[in-house]
Ligand binder design. Structure first.
Ligand code: ARG
Length: 570
């Protein structure tokens, strides 16, 4: 598709000797209101160089540029040169491209098949999969989808927390009090109960801790009974997790968790010794990170056991070797900022240049308004319950709509699921990820306002309009008939889709896309309310429907990049 901005850069660079293309590109602004043009170039930076006033420079430049085919006009306003895109060209380009590429509209092959590891979700086995996990899961999935869309070869990794001394405690507790029949009926809550119980009883009976440590040692040494029980916990947990991923329509290419790397650790520790990055400190082995302005990291504890970060060093090296990643992305909460800083610093200190290709993508916390969620087990709020509740609430809303409108939806259950889960995801992806936020049911499930259901509803609305209007892609459209303000707004918005996706990927911020599709939906609804689309005049009607088709395609692609379905009717 034609890149209007780079045409401006090209043309200006011919006339301005003192700025290179990059500098010109960076200077170009997008005016907040396009009565001031689609692009604006401020001449302030040139004033010093030419020793002329900015307005005179702008006037001079406008004269030199003369007419440009892609622009209706170029205006001078104060120090600014304002470029007005040729509407006809805009409509032709945008709709031509959407018609041709359909679901691929907006895709630019930035990735060129380069491998990118995206690690997200990573819950701990034998622990609840709770509401706190929603952020990493949904943000990570969206980032993966965005990277894939832009031509990267993505590898979605679930780095399961399936290793650590707590599994020694689990085994000891299970041996004492565990009943398979009870556990299998309700695995995770029952396993959590065992864990809580042993922690409590260990306060009175400290030898439980020794026995637990012993079990962990046996696990490390591959004692068959210990391994068998550990596998049992892992499988039970994974089955639960996968059920929730199924509801979320999220999948992984690898479930290699912490335990997988424990076997590879000795070699890595050996390498660290050889490279002399380890120092002894009161019996423990640490890495001094003074040069990085970071506190030292313990790698091997005094009792000889390894820890979380040791496994992460091993993991990163394994990923480099296995995938030769271009980027290795960790979608993990901001509580672990220090951990990842230390991890990347250690890799760098070991001489791994690719440490700079490792990226921590942190996010803030989600909290809940008091008393708005049901709890099944003590204080824990299971993610699955939240998703179920969302679906049930939406089902009630749909039922009411059926009654009000006197019509039956043929797939209400499926629809309630798509809207309910979509609403929860959308809410997660609506704000800059680093911000903490409070989960609010009413806001999440509302059909109007800046919500998932609103965007899905707009998609359904445009779909039914196309049906009703007898839209066919085969009909030729006269794009020159699209000249209303709302139409131009929509075209401008559609034109900006690709750049939005690229920005989202560069900044690891799916919310760019969330905001974008809300704006597009709003612009569409404004258009829908202000303009009669199904007019008598066939040519005009076809042109308008063609534009609506463009809106539909982009809403659908935008939603799909966030992992949200786009229903045809609601
Ligand atoms: N399992 C960890 C937790 O629940 C998250 C793992 C993050 N990823 C990593 N490579 N350290 O806190």
């Amino acid at each position: 598709m034609i890149d209007f901005k780079s045409r401006i850069v090209e043309a200006l660079s011919q006339e301005i000797e003192n700025l290179d293309k990059q500098e010109i590109e960076r200077a170009i602004e997008i005016p907040p209101d396009y009565t001031m043009g689609d692009y604006a170039f401020p001449t302030f930076p040139l004033a010093k160089i030419y020793r002329k006033n900015p307005n005179a420079i702008a006037t001079d430049l406008a004269e030199k540029l003369g007419d440009m085919e892609e622009f209706e006009r170029i205006e001078v306003k104060g120090a600014y040169l304002n470029f007005f895109v040729n509407r006809l060209r805009l409509a032709q380009e945008v709709l031509g491209e959407i018609y041709e590429k359909e679901d691929d509209y907006g895709r630019v092959n930035v990735g060129q098949d380069r491998p990118v590891v995206v690690e997200y979700s990573s819950p701990n086995i034998a622990k609840p999969f709770h509401i706190g996990h929603i952020r990493t899961t949904v943000i990570g999935d969206a980032i993966e989808r965005i990277y894939k869309f832009l031509g990267y070869k993505t590898i979605a990794v679930n780095h399961l927390g399936d290793y650590g001394t707590q599994f020694g405690m689990m085994i000891e507790a299970y041996k004492r009090w565990g009943e398979p029949e009870v556990i299998e009926k309700n695995p995770i809550p029952e396993l959590v109960k065992l864990y809580v119980r042993i922690n409590q009883e260990a306060k009175e009976e400290p030898e439980l801790l020794d026995r637990s440590r012993d079990w962990f040692r046996r696990l490390e040494n591959k004692d068959p009974e210990a391994v068998h029980l550990w596998e049992y916990f892992r499988e039970l947990s994974l089955k639960e997790f996968e059920r929730v991923y199924g509801i979320l329509d999220i999948s992984f290419d690898s479930y290699k968790g912490e335990s997988f790397y424990s076997d590879l650790m000795p070699q890595v520790v050996q390498e660290m010794k050889e490279k002399e990055v380890l120092e002894e400190d009161q019996g423990a082995l640490i890495v001094n990170l003074e040069d990085y302005n970071l506190p030292p990291a313990i790698i091997i504890k005094r009792d000889g056991s390894t820890i979380y970060i040791t496994r992460d060093i091993t993991t990163a090296m394994y990923r480099k070797k296995t995938y030769d990643f271009y980027k290795n992305i960790y979608v993990v909460g901001s509580q672990q900022n220090l951990h990842f800083k230390q991890l990347f610093a250690i890799l760098d200190k070991m001489g791994h240049k690719w440490a700079e290709d490792c990226v921590h993508v942190p996010f803030g916390m989600v909290s809940l308004e008091e008393g708005t969620l049901s709890t099944r087990q003590g204080k824990v709020i299971y993610l699955e319950d939240v998703l179920d509740k969302a679906t049930q609430e939406v089902d009630k809303i749909l039922e009411k709509r059926e009654e009000d409108q006197g019509r039956k939806l043929d797939n209400r259950q499926e629809l309630a699921h798509q809207i309910g889960v979509g609403a929860v995801k959308f809410q997660e992806l609506f704000n800059q990820r680093i911000k903490d936020y409070v989960f609010n049911w009413e806001q999440t499930l509302s059909f109007d306002g800046e919500t998932g259901p609103y965007v899905q509803y707009s998609h359904a609305r445009v779909s039914s309009l196309l049906n009703k209007g007898g839209f066919s892609k085969e009909d030729p459209i006269k794009t020159d008939l699209l000249g209303e303000k709302e139409e131009i707004d929509l075209l401008r918005s559609l034109y900006g889709f690709s750049q939005t996706v690229i920005d989202a990927h560069e900044k690891y911020e799916p919310y760019f896309i969330t905001r974008y599709i809300v704006e597009l939906a709003k612009n569409f609804n404004k258009y829908y309310n202000a303009t009669q689309i199904l007019v008598e005049d066939q040519d005009l009607r076809r042109a308008r429907l063609g534009l609506c088709y463009g809106v539909k395609v982009v809403l659908k692609t935008g939603l799909s990049l966030l992992g949200i379905k786009a229903p045809e009717a609601m």
